[in-house]
Write a protein that binds this ligand. Structure first.
Ligand SMILES: [Zn+2]
Length: 114
């Protein structure tokens, strides 16, 4: 089993630790020590690291090596496929949310004769 560790921050000030393990079978598991992850819920800290946001890691050669290793683990993995699909859904959701917000504003304008 191989292991990697990263730090990530959400909207607050707290710094979280992301632990990534890869089994010999290629299975990758990722944990974060935030409350959402602890409860088995989606957490943005893990997504940040998986999407290549290493901004909170020290700017060293070791960090670059770790990032490279993680990226190589993700190639053709079940995790990467699931992550890519998540991003497609997230993008569709944001696009629909914008359209809904605009339609509400347009509707109000018409209702109020503006
Ligand atoms: Zn987290």
């Amino acid at each position: 089993m191989e292991k990697l560790q990263f730090k990530a921050k959400g909207s607050g000030l707290e710094l979280y630790t992301i632990n990534i393990k890869r089994k010999d079978s290629g299975q990758i598991t990722i944990t974060c020590n935030c409350m959402a992850s602890f409860k088995g819920l989606h957490c943005k800290h893990r997504i940040k690291i998986l999407s290549g946001d290493y901004s909170l890691q020290p700017n060293t050669k070791a960090t670059k090596e770790k990032a490279k290793t993680l990226e190589s683990w993700l190639v053709n993995s079940e995790l990467k496929k699931s992550l890519d699909y998540y991003f497609v859904c997230e993008e569709s959701f944001q696009s629909l949310k914008s359209a809904l917000d605009k339609s509400k504003k347009d509707l109000i304008k018409i209702m109020e004769g503006k």
